[in-house]
Design a protein around this ligand. Structure first.
Ligand SMILES: *[C@@H]1O[C@H](CO)[C@@H](O)[C@H](O)[C@H]1NC(C)=O
Ligand SMILES: *[C@@H]1O[C@H](CO)[C@@H](O)[C@H](O)[C@H]1NC(C)=O
Ligand SMILES: *[C@@H]1O[C@H](CO)[C@@H](O)[C@H](O)[C@H]1NC(C)=O
Length: 337
């Protein structure tokens, strides 16, 4: 006896629904995030002391994961967020260990107005060979050292044609005060390099992720030197543009949770002034559609963060002289006579 057409159809629908629905039905939402967490742990080589710690970290991971998914789905933004090495940290933990910039209350820096007339429409100092590979400060609040070193590496290459990776550890160990991994001032770093008549290479004085004792022998044999530094006239984007047209520039920037999870695109905030961070601007450009202008930011959170360690940060926002995330407020560049 032939099976009636209707019955065949019902069986077919049942089979399709059954095979399709099954994997979804046996996996709860939480277990799928748990699997993501496991995968993330192996990708970033993370392990936890015990089950209680793992449970706690998983909860934070799940919150961060949900935040990222929600942001990427709902927000009509020019940038995307993504998982990275910070995804099992709370915002407070993250800010405590991966930033570290202090701003002097009594500025004593020289500010010179720049008068460059022919500033190119776009520029990438990486293409000029003036930028070393992205570094990783973690977990040490020494952004102040990394951003200053990036600017020094830039001017040294521009003046000597020799790109040298220079030592953040020397600044962490030798710049006086309680700075080190607990945050520091960019101007103290410049003043130290000038006083010491130079800074060692990264290979000679490599990064240790903690503050140690200043190595006086290495300190006495620096590889590259600068003779001065200047502050860019603040809250003036044209001045910052002229400075970046000359060389990589170190800047202070306000950052928040969105900034820490940045994955790609042109970042335009909003930036809560949760914490201060320092990065280097190593170029600028305009989006492919020719509409949105951006700074090219070199960060010190390794190559997994953002676009291979870099961020595009929106520039030329009307009525925002301080710039997106306050980027136009504190900018410095080293000089070599
Ligand atoms: C998203 O932004 C684009 C460009 O600004 C705009 O055309 C579009 O209407 C926006 N969509 C929503 C859902 O807000
Ligand atoms: C730019 O011009 C101003 C005013 O003429 C001058 O004071 C300043 O030194 C100039 N800056 C540079 C870098 O030449
Ligand atoms: C992240 O961006 C969203 C959307 O633009 C914003 O509403 C939120 O306040 C930002 N989060 C933080 C922590 O600044």
């Amino acid at each position: 006896m032939a099976i009636p057409y209707e019955v065949k159809l019902l069986i077919a629908i049942y089979v399709i629904l059954w095979t399709r629905a099954d994997p979804v039905m046996c996996q709860t939402y939480e277990s799928s995030v748990a699997a993501k967490h496991e995968q993330w742990m192996s990708q970033y080589g993370r392990s936890y002391a015990d089950e209680a710690e793992k449970e706690k970290r998983f909860k934070i991971f799940m919150e961060n994961f949900e935040y990222i998914e929600k942001f990427n789905n709902a927000e009509n933004k020019s940038y995307k967020l993504g998982l990275n090495q910070f995804s099992d940290l709370t915002e407070q933990e993250f800010m405590a260990s991966y930033t570290g910039l202090k701003i002097p209350t009594t500025p004593s820096t020289v500010i010179t107005t720049l008068n460059l007339s022919n500033v190119p429409t776009s520029l990438d100092w990486r293409e000029q060979g003036a930028v070393t590979a992205v570094k990783d400060q973690s977990p040490c609040g020494a952004c102040w050292a990394f951003s200053v070193v990036a600017a020094v590496e830039g001017i040294v290459q521009i003046k000597t044609k020799n790109l040298m990776s220079l030592s953040e550890q020397q600044l962490v160990d030798c710049v006086s005060g309680k700075e080190g991994c607990w945050g520091g001032f960019m101007n103290d770093a410049f003043n130290y390099i000038i006083r010491n008549k130079g800074i060692c290479t990264e290979t000679d004085y490599p990064f240790q992720h903690v503050k140690g004792t200043c190595n006086k022998d290495k300190e006495a044999a620096p590889a590259a030197q600068i003779t001065g530094f200047q502050k860019v006239p603040p809250n003036n984007e044209q001045q910052l543009l002229q400075a970046v047209a000359m060389q990589p520039v170190t800047v202070a920037i306000f950052i928040d949770k969105n900034f820490s999870a940045y994955k790609s695109g042109i970042y335009d905030g909003p930036c809560q002034p949760t914490s201060k961070h320092a990065v280097a601007i190593v170029g600028y450009g305009t989006s492919e559609d020719g509409i949105t202008k951006y700074w090219l930011i070199k960060n010190s959170w390794g190559g997994d963060w953002g676009e291979g360690g870099y961020m595009k940060l929106r520039r030329e926002v009307p009525d925002q002289p301080q710039g997106v995330c306050g980027v136009n407020k504190e900018a410095y560049y080293p000089t070599i006579n």
